[in-house]
Design a protein around this ligand. Structure first.
Ligand SMILES: Nc1ncnc2c1ncn2[C@@H]1O[C@H](COP(=O)(O)OP(=O)(O)OP(=O)(O)O)[C@@H](O)[C@H]1O
Ligand SMILES: [Mg+2]
Length: 379
């Protein structure tokens, strides 16, 4: 059973809960929020807290409930249960416009008949800001996203990245409490996407604004977030800093969703709360930190970049393996190995790959103790 592990991972940490009216600007809180469509549970009892100035990313496969969560925070969808709070105040009865959130959704297009400037101004018009002030603020917002000179252009006269920036300016122009960005860069090519990632991050830091971000691109999540919230089937399965979720996944599903990993089935021989001793079959026994994960079946996760060739079997953890193939991928070399009935992957920098054994040879592999994690096998 992994229930206790999941609920621990999804609860806000102690001291983060707020009472009405006392939270600083930019807090978004979901308390036990559920959304059902008939028999489909799209979001299942979600607890989530975004702190002022924090960049939190919902990461998960298609259909895991990311957009539904955003829609409920924005007020475009009503939830079936629970409560959404912004700056400590419940907003469940407020229409989207009164929630003071800047929104950029993938399908939330610009008005084609309006210029870039008019598109940005529109957000202020909806909020009844006087005309003379509107123009000035819209110009400033376009300036902020580097489009000060393109205010007269219609969306069709702008590139995809520029349109995305207009959408961002429109979301920021009324000084929202927080930004909600749902796959805002999905339509952009890789290079432009990376450029926009950096621009959004820089803008977010300079404004100190909280962001709730959605992506199913793990690299994007790793690059942009203060915290990653991994979702599966409408629930949070793990939440933490990007390095923490990557380096210390709680389950095989999280480990495999967030990059490649070697999963070595194991039996737990001893554990005392501090350390566990596990039996890895032909890869010997190993000690590692006890992170308290509990389940029916266990595995040890070792990322391919943490598995190393060893000169002998006596050098620390690990054991004998056979090198099956080596593929040069440019910056790195990917080696495929077998150990007993197990397929393993080892990755190293091409520059470190000189004098390597040739495919077909018997080798020894191992890892630094801190690089192996005990996790729960769900799949
Ligand atoms: N209007 C709706 N009616 C019925 N089911 C819906 C509706 N909207 C979403 N769902 C279902 O709710 C679940 C979550 O959908 P959601 O759009 O939140 O996923 P997502 O994580 O954003 O996925 P993607 O990465 O594909 O955008 C899915 O199973 C989806 O089919
Ligand atoms: Mg979606």
């Amino acid at each position: 059973m992994t229930t206790s592990l999941i609920s621990t991972a999804s609860s806000p940490s102690p001291g983060t809960s707020t009472s009405p009216g006392t939270a600083p600007k930019g807090t978004i809180e979901l308390r036990n929020v559920t959304k059902t469509y008939g028999d489909v549970v799209a979001v299942d009892r979600l607890d989530l807290m975004v702190q002022p100035g924090e960049f939190v990313t919902l990461l998960g496969p298609s259909g895991s409930g990311k957009t539904t969560t955003m829609m409920m925070v924005a007020g475009f969808e009503e939830h079936t249960g629970g409560s959404v709070l912004i700056d400590g105040q419940p907003v469940d009865r407020l229409p989207p416009r009164e929630r003071n959130l800047g929104v950029v959704f993938q399908n939330y297009a610009l008005f084609p008949h309006m210029s870039a400037l008019e598109n940005v101004e529109f957000a202020l018009r909806m909020r009844k800001i006087p005309r003379n002030e509107r123009r000035k603020r819209a110009e400033e917002a376009l300036d902020r996203v580097g489009l000060g000179k393109m205010g007269d252009r219609k969306p069709r006269q702008l590139s995809g990245g520029q349109q995305q920036r207009v959408a961002l300016a429109r979301a920021l122009v009324f000084n929202p409490a927080a930004l909600l960005l749902d796959e805002p860069m999905a339509a952009l090519d890789k290079r432009l996407r990376e450029q926009m990632q950096e621009e959004i991050k820089t803008l977010q830091k300079s404004l100190g604004i909280s962001v709730l971000f959605v992506t199913h691109d793990q690299d994007e999540a790793m690059a942009m977030s203060d915290r990653i919230v991994v979702m599966k089937d409408g629930r949070i399965v793990q939440s933490g800093a990007p390095e923490e979720v990557y380096n210390e996944p709680l389950t095989d599903w999280v480990a495999s969703f967030l990059g490649d990993t070697n999963l070595i089935p194991c039996t737990v021989l001893e554990r005392d709360g501090q350390e566990v001793l596990v039996d890895l079959g032909c890869l010997g026994t190993a000690r590692m930190p006890d992170r308290g994960v509990t389940g029916d079946k266990y595995a040890v996760s070792i990322r391919p970049e943490h598995l190393k060739f060893r000169s002998s079997a006596t050098e620390g953890n690990g054991g004998a393996a056979r090198l099956e193939s080596s593929t040069n991928l440019g910056a790195t070399v990917r080696h495929r190995l077998t150990a007993g009935g197990l397929d393993l992957q080892l990755r190293e920098l091409s520059s470190d790959a000189a004098d390597r054994p040739v495919p077909g040879s018997e080798v020894f592999v191992g890892w630094t103790p801190g690089r192996a994690q005990l996790l729960v096998l769900e799949q």
